[in-house]
Design a protein around this ligand. Structure first.
Ligand SMILES: [Cu+2]
Length: 120
């Protein structure tokens, strides 16, 4: 929250100086976290990711090969269940609102991963 106020303050300063909203837009995008997660025979990598409340997260799942059992990714707390075609990016976007741990797994539950949410 403290960080957010600082950024907004800076953005306002720049908007005032330059008379444009370009800088403000880039600040907002800087708060979006994009994490690429590969799925292969060893499971998800990275298997653990840290994010902050109030900041949008894009999880980009990519299944590396058809031999692994990672044909589906399930994130129970977000009520997400998505099929992972081989070699295609599958994006799950959300903005965490409370600190804690979100777990995800493949369809069989053999491979697991987690997203650690801390207070932003
Ligand atoms: Cu599996």
């Amino acid at each position: 929250m403290k960080k957010m106020k600082l950024f907004l303050g800076l953005a306002t300063l720049f908007v005032g100086l330059s008379g444009s909203f370009a800088f403000e837009t880039s600040v907002v995008e800087a708060h979006t976290r994009t994490v690429k997660i590969t799925v292969d025979k060893n499971g998800f990598s990275p298997s653990s990711t840290e994010v902050e409340t109030g900041h949008k997260v894009n999880l980009v799942f990519n299944r590396a090969d058809k031999n692994s059992c990672g044909s589906v990714v399930v994130i129970p707390k977000l009520k997400v269940r998505k099929t992972l075609p081989v070699g295609k990016d599958v994006i799950v976007s959300f903005t965490p609102t409370e600190a804690g741990r979100l777990t995800f797994s493949c369809g069989t539950g053999k491979h697991k991963g987690s997203i650690i949410v801390s207070e932003g």
